[in-house]
Design a protein around this ligand. Structure first.
Ligand SMILES: [Fe+2]
Length: 343
């Protein structure tokens, strides 16, 4: 960890430092020598007397992260004093380095015989552990973000395949996703759920991949059989994605986006709050975008007509809270980019 403060053992009065030295064993390492190997057991706390070391940690995916570069007066191996587990990081000498090694046993002795010095060291260890924890958390957050971007990339590829088949879907998925995310923000849904909803919105019509071209691209009204084929798409989508674990939380968006609050929707005929929230959100986003788009058999509505339709659908087709959140976003101008035809 980069630090501008003076390494702890350089701040100790010389007489205290000399006392610590009495409890320690001194060892010298050459450049490149491994002082501590990750995942091995050691019980020594190490103070750098002279030289420079690098502390690294390996992750399961093979990624290696430099946790810290340390110089004389600094220390490492603090966990060795606290538990008997394997070391969580490796330490390598970058220059010729002299280390004062303090075993757990000798530290316990220091604690008994020189408590103020030992407590001072322990306070410093606590501070260091907190800093290391914060560093690891920020690394994990970055990894998580990279993973989310990779998921989105894969999902986008599926969406592109779907949109390539159906010219009327071009741009629809992107707009529905944008609207759903905006509604979710207004409903103050937490960030992880927002991400799951985003994936769900992108994939909400994936099941249409299993609907025949003749039905999907039919320019006129559909007959009963054709309507039935279309109505299978939420379950088809769910069946395609059901075994992908990271998509588990997004499935309700796909399966329930055609349910209605009055229970007259499909595929399950759920009503009211029994419809998962993601389904209720996508239903509003999807319906609004459909009303605002030209279809082979009808022209798009005006904004005021679409808003009126949403309001009339409250408690029949739509959840009142979700419509309110949508209208608040609209009022705040947060959907202007959609209405102008670009996100
Ligand atoms: Fe749909």
């Amino acid at each position: 960890m980069a630090s501008n403060t003076i390494p702890y053992f350089h701040t100790l009065p010389d007489k205290d430092y000399q006392k610590v030295v009495q409890y320690a064993r001194r060892r010298t390492y050459l450049p490149g020598d491994v002082i501590v190997r990750e995942r091995t057991l050691t019980d020594t706390f190490c103070i750098i007397e002279t030289g420079k070391v690098e502390i690294t940690k390996k992750f399961a995916d093979g990624d290696e992260m430099t946790l810290a570069l340390m110089e004389e007066g600094d220390f490492f191996g603090e966990m060795a004093l606290l538990d008997q587990g394997p070391r969580s990081a490796s330490v390598k000498a970058l220059t010729e380095t002299t280390i004062l090694e303090l075993s757990r046993e000798s530290f316990e002795q220091l604690l008994l015989e020189e408590p103020p010095i030992a407590y001072g060291i322990m306070r410093e260890l606590g501070k260091r552990l907190r800093e290391t924890g914060a560093l690891l958390i920020s690394h994990l957050e970055r990894k998580n973000k990279e993973l989310q971007e990779a998921y989105l990339g894969t999902v986008q590829a599926l969406v592109n395949a779907l949109e390539a088949r159906d010219p009327y879907m071009k741009g629809h998925t992107e707009r529905v996703t944008y609207i759903a995310k905006t509604i979710a923000r207004h409903l103050q849904i937490d960030r992880e759920d927002q991400f799951a909803l985003e994936i769900g919105a992108l994939l909400h019509d994936l099941g249409k991949i299993g609907v025949p071209d003749l039905v999907l691209q039919k320019p006129g009204p559909l007959d009963t059989e054709e309507r039935y084929r279309i109505m299978e798409h939420p379950q088809l989508g769910e069946a395609i994605l059901r075994n992908i674990r990271y998509l588990e939380r997004s499935i309700p968006s796909i399966l329930y986006h055609h349910e209605r609050i009055d229970g007259k929707g499909y595929p399950s005929g759920l009503s009211g709050q029994a419809i998962p929230l993601f389904g209720r959100i996508i239903s509003v986003a999807d319906s609004f975008d459909a009303m605002m788009s030209d279809r082979p058999y009808r022209h798009r509505m005006s904004l005021s007509q679409a808003v009126e339709q949403l309001q009339q659908g409250i408690d029949q087709q739509f959840d009142p809270e979700v419509v309110d959140a949508f209208l608040a976003a609209l009022e705040a101008g947060e959907l202007d980019s959609i209405l102008q035809g670009s996100t």
